[in-house]
Ligand binder design. Structure first.
Ligand code: ARG
Length: 266
């Protein structure tokens, strides 16, 4: 009797929750005008990763953000950027709370089971970040170390794979990259794994951090979409146009050749 009440109650909660979620997703993605023409698309990101997506005062800026703005302009839409934890991005795509994600996300076969990716727009080496006196350049160098990675990232997967073969490797996952850097500086972690350009950006503000390439691992970044989204092809076309017009090179130059003064707020 008691159990069946609980069951019914749980069912009721799910029903209400379901309606609530449906309601949310309806009003939260791309908005349309009176004629049903799309005017605004919603992008999810995790704005903790300079120089790609990060806060400058209260504004989210960066290489990815500029590319997303250029794509939206090319397609004639306004862009709304929604910030969340990196680990919340794939669920946000799946539940239709965002139209696409641009967050330095790496396409993997595992992720491709639940979401779709654009063509990659960048490929970068992977780095190990330590305090000045230490250095890690190989997977072996992670032995006996407390390794920090972002929750839900491919780096977490990478570190957990290494740890499954070498039990002396301890992995800790946190939500934000800045939290990881803080833990490293306070001596509660020994090494962080992230992309080289991001590691270098943090190093500019904390010169006692050391950044080394982690073997010859590289990762690429792509935009992510819900499975079978109508947007993916349109975005690929827009990206190609920006490539041909030279706009992508301009954005790259703006963020990668001299972004030192853009990182003051970190
Ligand atoms: N490239 C890695 C991944 O896809 C890390 C991306 C982290 N992105 C961020 N905005 N914090 O898992």
């Amino acid at each position: 009797m008691h159990v069946s009440f609980l069951k019914k109650f749980t069912f009721f909660l799910c029903l209400v929750g379901g309606f609530f979620l449906m309601g949310c997703s309806d009003e939260q993605t791309s908005s349309v005008d009176k004629e049903g023409k799309i005017i605004e698309i919603v992008m999810g990101t995790s704005a903790d990763m300079p120089p790609f997506e990060f806060y400058e005062a209260s504004e989210i800026v960066g290489y990815d953000i500029d590319i997303a703005k250029a794509i939206a302009k090319e397609m004639g839409f306004k862009l709304q950027v929604r910030d969340m934890d990196f680990s919340a991005l794939i669920p946000a795509l799946q539940s239709g709370r965002v139209d696409f994600v641009m967050a330095s996300m790496t396409p993997t076969p595992e992720r491709e089971k639940s979401i779709d990716f654009s063509e990659p727009y960048l490929t970068l080496p992977l780095a190990a970040m330590t305090l000045e006196q230490d250095a890690v350049t190989t997977q072996k160098g992670l032995s006996k170390k407390r390794v920090g990675v972002q929750l839900g990232s491919t780096h977490e997967q990478f570190a957990r794979d290494v740890a499954s073969r070498d039990k002396t490797v301890k992995v800790r996952s946190l939500n934000k990259l800045s939290e990881l850097v803080q833990e490293l500086i306070s001596g509660r972690l020994d090494v962080l794994i992230m992309e080289t350009k991001t590691a270098k950006a943090f190093q500019q503000v904390n010169p006692n951090l050391k950044v080394a390439a982690l073997e010859d691992n590289t990762v690429s970044f792509a935009l992510a979409f819900p499975k079978d989204s109508k947007w993916r092809e349109k975005f690929n076309v827009a990206i190609e146009k920006l490539q041909i017009s030279g706009r992508l090179d301009e954005i790259r130059a703006a963020w990668f050749s001299d972004y030192k003064n853009k990182l003051k707020g970190l």
